[in-house]
Design a protein around this ligand. Structure first.
Ligand SMILES: Cc1cc2nc3c(=O)[nH]c(=O)nc-3n(C[C@H](O)[C@H](O)[C@H](O)COP(=O)(O)OP(=O)(O)OC[C@H]3O[C@@H](n4cnc5c(N)ncnc54)[C@H](O)[C@@H]3O)c2cc1C
Length: 425
């Protein structure tokens, strides 16, 4: 990078990389626990897959009486009050103000973490580049939380990670394949539609793929209403990081081609006659790539057993929703919903690195197997994980860290409820 660019050094207690729901909640929790916090996020809007750039809805624990609380609930209540129509810009603005006007928190938008320096098993600093201001940042913190989803701090720090599917015998997980492989769940571009009063025509771009028959979408196409097209998915048989630009191009060809099919050739095209294309995403949402390894690796069997740990700091409760790696190219069902109890406990031991001492993580990159990730990845769960990691990192920076202290702080913030099913072990 050209040294003529201006640079700024920031000293902080906690540095969070990535401002999806996990990173936002981690940064808010850290700042509210008294730590001088920096949030480095490479997009102009917060929320990651839940932002207006990707538009995925936030899901969590199943069950009538189950609801994630804490910071996520604070955000969602504000959203219900101020944004009953579900406008995406208002949603973005709510996430923005939670970070931008939070005391103790410095928000760096459009800033990409590029590198890190490590010595003695600790991260000394990270480097970031802010595209809009052409400024280099060097951020030295006591603690780091990687919420980038892609575990961007792993390559420069040597933190232990794994990716792909474990062999079923490794952790005795019966939903994993018999042999380990590098396959993951894929990336997706979403489509949003608008109902109008008049017939709407659609002419596809010449570069869109052409689909002609229902058999092109087995188990996927159920009309224009009631889907956000999450199944426009590719990349699990590629590398969802290094091939992501290629995958974006392919997903765009599929998305425009699918709308062309619905409007112009599908058996249900009459039903779609007055529907217009409102939006097609340009930033594919990612589901899976590198997972950090912590002192414990959460497995399918931990989930099935209800997650009985003495250092529970978060709860999951989504089914194990394991997408086929080939996505749209797979002619069978695009996902299998393997049952999981709701709620189940997730321990603090899955949120910090086993070999880099000042590295926490939260989001889809925590220490879980592929099978367990298929449940823990939903964003109510990742938000709670973020709040837990941010709280833990702030306490560690203040020299007050212990699993009990983290749990007490989370209970105080309303994020950790004890239930009859999940009592202390
Ligand atoms: C199409 C699709 C459908 C899904 N359906 C659902 C659903 O219905 N409900 C649900 O709850 N979940 C759903 N999921 C899963 C969920 O969206 C993800 O698991 C979740 O977003 C992971 O959260 P995260 O905060 O770890 O990552 P992300 O949401 O990906 O956020 C990470 C952020 O970090 C930023 N970042 C990355 N690298 C850097 C860097 N170097 N420097 C700075 N910032 C960086 C990224 O821009 C990104 O915004 C779906 C996922 C996809 C792709």
């Amino acid at each position: 990078m050209n040294s003529a660019f201006p640079h700024e050094q920031i000293d902080a207690d906690v540095c969070v990389v990535g401002g999806g729901m996990a990173g936002l909640c981690a940064a808010m929790a850290s700042a509210r626990n008294g730590a001088r916090t920096v949030l480095v996020h490479d997009r102009p809007v917060l929320g990651g897959n839940a932002s207006s750039e990707v538009r995925m809805w936030i899901c969590g624990a199943h069950g009538e009486d189950n609801k994630e609380t804490g910071l996520l609930e604070e955000i969602q209540l504000e959203h219900c009050y101020r944004n009953p129509g579900g406008n995406w810009s208002i949603w973005d603005s709510i996430l923005y103000e939670k970070a931008a006007f939070q005391p103790n928190l410095r928000l760096l938008l459009n800033a990409t973490c590029l590198d890190a320096e490590t010595s003695g098993g600790r991260i000394q600093c990270i480097r970031a580049w802010q595209l809009t201001s052409q400024t280099r940042f060097i951020i030295a913190a006591s603690q780091y939380i990687d919420c980038s989803g892609d575990s961007v701090l792993a390559p420069p720090t040597g933190a232990d990670v794994r990716s792909g599917r474990e062999a079923s015998h490794e952790f005795d997980e019966d939903i994993q394949p018999s042999r380990a492989d590098r396959k993951t769940m894929g990336n997706s571009i979403l489509i949003q539609l608008r109902r109008t009063d008049d017939p709407q025509t659609y002419i596809p771009p010449v570069w869109a793929y052409r689909f002609d028959k229902p058999e092109d979408f087995p188990f996927r196409m159920n009309g224009v209403n009631g889907t956000n097209f999450w199944w426009i998915e590719l990349g699990g048989i590629h590398d969802t990081i290094h091939d992501s630009e290629y995958l974006r191009d392919e997903l765009l060809k599929c998305a425009y081609g699918i709308w062309d099919y619905i409007k112009n050739r599908a058996p249900q095209r009459d039903e779609a006659a007055t529907w217009a294309l409102e939006w097609i995403g340009s930033v594919p949402g990612k589901r899976e790539n590198r997972r950090y390894m912590g002192p414990h690796v959460l497995t399918q069997n931990d989930i099935r057993a209800g997650g009985q740990f003495d250092d529970i700091v978060a709860y999951g409760g989504w089914t194990m929703d394991d997408h086929h790696p080939a996505g749209l190219l797979y002619p069978g069902r695009p996902t299998i919903f393997h049952p999981a109890p709701s709620p189940y406990g997730i321990p603090l031991r899955c949120l910090h690195s086993r070999n880099i001492r000042n590295l926490f993580f939260a989001g889809r990159n925590i220490s879980v197997t592929h099978a367990a990730l298929s449940s823990t990845r939903v964003m109510c769960t990742t938000s709670i994980l973020g709040q837990a990691a941010g709280t833990a990192a702030a306490l560690e920076a203040a020299g007050a860290f212990s699993p009990d202290a983290v749990r007490a702080a989370l209970r105080g913030a309303g994020a950790l409820l004890e239930t009859g099913a999940l009592t202390d072990a």
